[in-house]
Write a protein that binds this ligand. Structure first.
Ligand code: IPD
Length: 269
């Protein structure tokens, strides 16, 4: 029988806590060992690699036959139907600059569907979790019981706060900049936090009314998208295309149709 989502979540949370501790301790020396990936502004630190190594080691230590997909290269198919999708530091640029919005993101997929997800802000200790069909929750150090998340009740796109992000390749940034320029005068305002995982959780917590971005990878959105969906947000993509290929949208139900239609238009333009 497939493992239950709650036990996968438990393992993911324990693992994320350990990794977040490693990331926090690595902050002071974050700039010492930086390499570039897809472009000169796409950075990766030695701490990203160390965090992924820890996460994969813990997950496979507990469940040796599972599959893994990690941002920094971990990849194996596994034989159990469970695959872990890992972003060891989502928001690496924030991490480098000591902006307190960088997270460890771990999702558990069973037979291709994400069933559990955790996003842990390593700088603040704020924790977001979700299990498919079980709701989304937020907790933070020094606070009482976890709080169930219900997203925003926005009903007018023109009065909505919309978060987005940008990839690292120059052509992609040019196109994303053109879309955001057209969107800006049609919404309340735009935010860019620098961590897709945390932005999806911000939408789940109602701190923004929606989030969208093109060109994300599964590790950027797997856990955060489950948190957003379980908080009642509508997930979507381009008309006729699957979520994430290439557009990820999480929007409050009252504005989702309008935002999806507008983003569809702007991405055709
Ligand atoms: C990035 C962040 C950023 C988003 C980029 C991602 P990384 O992930 O989530 O907010 O705009 O598209 O690549 O590189 O920090 O793990």
């Amino acid at each position: 029988a497939p493992p239950d989502a709650a036990s996968l979540l438990e393992l993911a949370v324990a693992t994320a806590r350990e990794a977040a501790e490693l990331v926090r301790r690595g902050r002071a020396t974050a700039g010492d060992d930086v390499a570039v990936k897809s472009s000169p502004v796409d950075v990766v630190t030695a701490v990203d690699a160390a965090s992924e190594h820890l996460v994969v080691g813990r997950l496979l230590g507990a469940r040796p036959d599972d599959g893994v997909l990690g941002e920094e290269g971990a990849q194996r198919p596994g034989t159990t139907g469970v695959r872990w999708i890992v972003d060891p530091i989502d928001g690496t640029v924030n991490f480098l600059y000591d902006l307190p919005a960088y997270a460890v993101s771990i999702a558990a997929e069973v037979d291709g569907a994400v069933v559990a997800g955790v996003v842990l802000n390593a700088a603040t200790g704020e924790l977001f979790t979700a299990v498919a069909g079980g709701g989304a929750f937020r907790s933070a150090p020094g606070e009482d019981a976890p709080v169930r998340l219900t997203g925003s009740r926005a009903s007018s796109l023109g009065l909505s706060l919309v978060a987005t992000g940008f990839g690292y390749r120059v052509e992609q940034r040019r196109a994303q900049g053109a879309v955001v320029a057209a969107l800006l005068p049609r919404v309340r305002d735009i935010r860019r936090h620098g961590s897709a995982a945390l932005e999806l959780c911000a939408a789940a917590a109602g701190r923004v009314d929606a989030y969208y971005e093109t060109g994300l990878e599964p590790w950027d959105h797997a856990a955060g998208a489950l948190v957003a969906a379980e908080a009642g947000l509508v997930l979507g993509g381009l008309p006729g295309r699957a979520f994430g290929e290439p557009l990820v949208v999480a929007a409050a139900p009252g504005i989702a149709d309008d935002l999806l239609a507008l983003l569809g238009e702007l991405h055709r333009a």
